[in-house]
Ligand binder design. Sequence first.
Ligand code: SAM
Length: 251
Amino acid sequence: RGTLYIVATPIGNLDDLSPRAARILSTVSVIAAEDTRHTTRLLQHLGVQKRMVALHDHNERARMGVVLEELEAGNSVALVSDAGTPLISDPGYVLVREARNRNLPVSPIPGACAFIAALSAAGLPTDRFLFAGFLPAKRSGRKGILEGLQDESATLVFYESPHRILDTVQDLVDVFGGQREVVLGRELTKAFETFYSGEAKEVLGALQADPHGTRGEFVVMVRGADSQSGDDEAGAIEVDRLISALVGELP
Ligand code: SAM
């Protein structure tokens, strides 16, 4: 039985493709790609010609039969998306699930992932984070999700498209308050890589003031709710109460 390799590809800078990923792409029998034209450009860069199967969100269930047949026949297949790690806000879950159900070997070839890259350089706590993918396109849905995360203490991480970024940062101000710390990572690994960071209202202002502010791809990160300070306050009140009680007991 062949192996299904889940191959991460660059999120902008082609040098981020690992030598191992390049070797796998050049040796598998078939590449299952989100967009074959997009992947053709990457393969041209590598000097590789390969049979491809288009596997995107709308046909994944229908087309995965072709991939599973290849694997059952003993041929290896690489799954790639347009950028970064497949299955991370990208197609592939249905295929990987089915391959695992059939006990076919599935092996990751790790590499770029936009939100991991963003988090690693943002300066926000990374010990606990909650990646929530894309927020809903409509404002009411978006605010509903954000309101549900208001008290979450882990760092929050989202993907956002350039034409909604201003609305989304405005929603962050509305829901979390203008003072919550926000970091945006834009065009990571590309020529115009930019980080915007500060209080939510400052980040909104910086984005509005930047003529290129709403171009490119964004990772949105929000500092988690500060549960610690609340606990400290409660703790301090408790200690005061205890001291008063003890003082009252003194002869
Ligand atoms: N699978 C990809 C990954 O591993 O990151 C994510 C694919 S998702 C369809 C595309 C979103 O990822 C973009 O809308 C943006 O939010 C984020 N993204 C991708 N490349 C990026 C980059 N170079 N800089 C900032 N964000 C990026």
